[in-house]
Design a protein around this ligand. Structure first.
Ligand code: T1G
Ligand code: NAD
Length: 694
């Protein structure tokens, strides 16, 4: 046996325990161990076998860290078939998640018991793959194609009760998986339960309408991702092929997807989600206690931040300028909580108790007991200074003072207090109770336990926190300003806002920069340009057509007209913008752009600025940039992030483009020193991530 799998006898029952912390992933040692355990079971006189997982779950799936490396036998589909072909009954007792290969191991068994709270799922498409060990063949034989089509293209999972209802499990029990499993195994023995191979069940019926509907749905929803549609193909194979042939067909599709850049991008994103919070500076640092949060300003962001805190069980005191604004904020938050009940994010019987944890006031003194204050007032340094001076006066010692500013200098805000060590930037994204990204902006004086507390808060709020240094716009908004600048330059050279949006959507983003402007409001962009006017470099491109649109009152969706005319939830290009753009172009030479050229220019600007952000230490690692763009700016997850994309297309080619373009525009296209260094050294962004992890 291997360390990762134990074989013990408990009377007539052979107990096979998978013990491979932290998630019992089906790495080589586990696969070998399971194979040997089934062989041993065949040779000894145990009458029935029970497979359980040690620790907090059954099995978290195949070992994702093995993907992309040459596969080593025994392969997982063979292990599942080896279990299934046992001539004595095998039971799987599942507690916690049984995901991907974990669910397939359970399907290889002849009987399945679920402990209350268990979850059965096939998340493979979230890694750019499909089930690869018979899941797409065995599950529909048990449940029919419907539940498989609901689960696999979406990478979804079902609860214990749903699993029982669809026939994925035979029994539900409470308590310890091993104990409950032993009881069930003995009961099966007493009842003379036979070997019952899922694989020998009849092929599931082919429901043409269901397949057609699923394909139509995922053609629309997958936005360039290939795995969801391939999962449907695999499930359909189950209706046409016997098990062995179906498992081979599934494996063929699985191995085809294993070679795709999408698989690499999605697995890169999977591990980044876990690495991004691993920062040496906060390792072993205890966060400060948090139970009562103050929110200053109850507008777009303040109300969302208050909602996120309430939903995570924190109590909130929100301070507004006057009673009317405080009441308005309470109204918005109440609406957010009601919507959360509708979306199943808040239990209906918890709604009133959650709202009762909110007090909306106008007196700053009511913040005196708060552990943390998050300021979300107007984006104006004078207002920020005034608010932080007042917070400094009322907040208790040891409380944390945070700002939600989008661009302003957090060091300067901290300087408005006598406790700069307790000041930090917590940059939420709109809507703050929905968007998962939180930029944690660490100022020069910020204490490490304040940073540690920010990351602990993010985890509690269900957010992904990224550490950022202080500069104009931190990581995300700084990059946005630059790649937005590239789009404005293409406009002046002849591209239209609408073809740029189409090109960026084709690249995989949910919307292009000009649709984004219409959503956020052209007034936001105008105010930002006004704020920057005094310090702007004369070589910066000012989208004067957008200023003209602002003065026309064309602010986007909120006025029904912007780059698009918005009617009945539809948007069509606003022809009236064209003369404004032609005026801005003047007599500049014009040219046409291919979609590929627009994408390459936009992405080169994004990556070049990102390399400056990493080079300056504003982002600690390239993976911090990738996570920021995935969770805050709609960058397609299947591309892994802009830095992963850059490594995939090759840094030398990217740098060559930038150098070529810098001949015509040396100001905008200054190659990032880090990019030049990496190319000179024959290295890439992935190398920097590796080095940072050492
Ligand atoms: N393989 C390798 N490492 C894994 C892993 C896996 N499947 N799952 C988690 N880890 C690592 C993770 O990186 C982290 O490492 C630590 O375990 C704890 O994870 C053939 C093809 C199981 C619900 O997609 O969803 O089976 O940061 O922080 O919050 O059909 O992990 O400590 O170094 O996430 O308690 C399908 C992926 C694989 C499930 C636990 N399975 N995992 O959540 O812990 S493909 C998945 C999860 C497959 C077959 C196919 C979650 C979890 P580190 P964690 P958690
Ligand atoms: P908003 O105008 O919607 O809300 C600001 C609120 O602050 C108003 O309700 C106002 O009454 C209140 N306020 C102003 N001065 C105050 C004071 N002295 N005391 C108490 N309340 C006061 O603005 P917003 O969009 O919520 O932005 C707030 C902050 O969040 C800004 O710094 C902004 O840059 C940042 N931010 C905005 C977004 C976004 O998408 N809107 C995203 C991230 C960060």
């Amino acid at each position: 046996m291997t360390e990762a799998v134990r074989y013990e006898r408990d009377g007539a029952v052979a107990v096979i325990t998978v013990a491979n912390p932290p998630v019992n992933a089906l790495g080589l040692a586990v696969r070998q161990g399971l194979w040997q355990a089934i062989d041993r079971f065949a040779d000894d006189d145990a009458a029935i076998a029970l497979i359980v997982g040690e620790g907090r779950l059954f099995i978290g799936g195949a070992d994702i860290s093995e993907f992309g490396k040459p596969p080593v036998e025994p392969y997982l589909p063979d292990v599942c078939t080896h279990i299934e072909r046992s001539t004595k009954p095998v039971v799987a007792a599942v507690h916690g998640p049984a995901l991907g290969g974990g669910c397939e191991i359970a399907l290889g068994a002849h009987y399945r018991l679920a402990i209350k709270g268990a979850r059965f799922g096939f998340p493979e498409v979230k890694l750019g793959l499909i089930p690869g060990a018979g899941g797409s063949q065995r599950m529909p034989r048990l449940t029919g194609v419907g539940p498989a089509l609901d689960m696999m293209p979406a990478g979804g999972s079902v609860t214990t009760d749903e699993a029982l209802k669809i026939g994925l499990v035979d029994r539900v029990a409470e308590g310890d998986a091993r104990e409950a499993g032993l009881v069930y195994a003995r009961e099966l023995l007493e009842s003379g339960a036979p070997v019952r191979a899922v694989g020998t069940l009849p092929r599931p019926a082919h429901d043409a309408a269901a397949f057609e509907a699923a394909r139509a749905l995922w053609q629309r929803k997958s936005r360039g991702e290939v795995a969801p549609l391939r999962a449907i193909d695999a499930i359909e194979a189950a209706t046409r092929m016997d098990l062995d042939e179906g498992v081979q067909e599934e494996r063929r599709i699985f191995l085809e997807l294993m070679q795709t850049p999408q698989r690499a991008g999605l697995i890169h994103a999977f591990f980044n989600d876990r690495k991004v919070a691993k920062l040496p500076e906060i390792e072993g640092i205890a966060p400060r206690a948090l139970s009562h949060v103050g929110v200053i300003g109850g507008g777009t962001m303040g109300a969302g931040i208050a909602t996120a805190c309430l939903l995570s069980g924190l109590s909130v005191t929100l301070v507004e300028r006057d009673a009317a604004a405080a009441d308005k904020a309470r109204g918005t938050i109440t609406g957010n909580l009601d919507a959360a009940v509708k979306r199943g994010k808040l239990a209906a019987d918890r709604r009133d108790a959650t709202l009762a944890e909110l007090s909306a006031v106008t007196d700053y003194a009511e913040l005196s007991d708060c552990d943390l204050a998050i300021e979300a007032v107007f984006e104006d340094m004078a207002v920020k200074h005034e608010v932080f001076a007042r917070l400094d006066a009322v907040m208790k010692p040891g409380a944390i003072l945070a700002t939600n500013t989008s661009y302003l200098d957090v060091n300067e805000i901290a300087a408005a207090t006598k406790r700069p060590g307790d000041v930090i930037g917590l940059h939420f994204f709109s809507p703050a109770h929905v968007m998962k990204l939180l930029e944690v902006v660490v100022a020069d004086a910020t204490a490490t336990d304040v940073t540690a507390t920010a990351f602990a808060l993010a985890k509690r709020l269900g957010k992904i926190a990224v550490r950022a240094g202080v500069c104009d716009g931190f990581i995300g908004n700084r990059m946005l300003s630059t790649y937005r600048g590239a789009a404005d330059r293409m406009i002046l050279e002849g591209a239209s806002p609408w073809e740029i949006d189409a090109a960026i959507k084709a690249f995989g983003l949910p919307m292009g920069p000009f649709e984004m402007s219409d959503l956020a409001g052209l007034d936001i962009g105008f105010m930002t340009r006004q704020r920057k006017a005094a310090t702007r470099d004369p070589r910066d491109v000012v989208p004067t057509w957008a200023d003209a649109m602002y003065h026309e009152g064309w602010l986007g969706q909120k006025t029904g007209q912007g780059y698009y005319v918005h009617e009945d939830r539809k948007a069509k290009p606003n022809e009236a913008v064209k003369p404004l753009i032609e005026a801005a172009r003047g007599d500049r030479p014009q040219r046409t752009f291919t979609q590929e050229e627009i994408q390459r220019t936009y992405m080169a600007a994004m990556v070049n600025e990102a390399a400056k952000v990493v080079g300056e230490g504003i982002a600690r690692r390239p993976l911090d940039v990738d996570v920021t763009l995935l969770y805050g700016y709609g960058f397609p997850r299947w591309r892994g992030g802009p830095m992963k994309w850059a490594d995939t297309v090759g840094l030398p080619a990217l740098l060559q483009d930038i150098k070529e373009w810098s001949k015509a525009d040396p100001y905008f296209w200054q190659p990032a020193p880090l990019l030049e260094q990496l190319v000179a050294d024959g290295r890439c962004f992935a190398d920097l991530n590796k080095e940072a992890a050492q």
